[in-house]
Design a protein around this ligand. Sequence first.
Ligand SMILES: [Zn+2]
Length: 122
Amino acid sequence: MRRTIALLLRFFGLLKFDRLAGFASEYPSTADALEGDVVVVRDGDVEKWACLTCPGGCGKMIALSLNPTRRPKWQVTLDLWNRPTLKPSVHQLNECGCHFWIINGNIDWCPGGRPSERRSAC
Ligand SMILES: [Zn+2]
């Protein structure tokens, strides 16, 4: 329900976000399963992974470990509308190479971190 309201508010320009958070109990099998969300995989109360499709256009699934004992590790927090904030930033080390933050559900590109910017700069 809250999700529907958030989508409506975005439609009317009252709320800004690129991604909302969803939850799953199992690791998503494909990037398609994410449906554009940041999917938090949790086992009981333990948050294990934050999964999202790369916003850089390659469409690959990015899985970020939320396990506090592993490195690298990320923290995900959700606001009232389930808009996720991820810390620290995400830096893809594949050919896509995108580098961004997700803050309140919005993709915030680091300077030079958006693949299309790099291509046009060549
Ligand atoms: Zn990518």
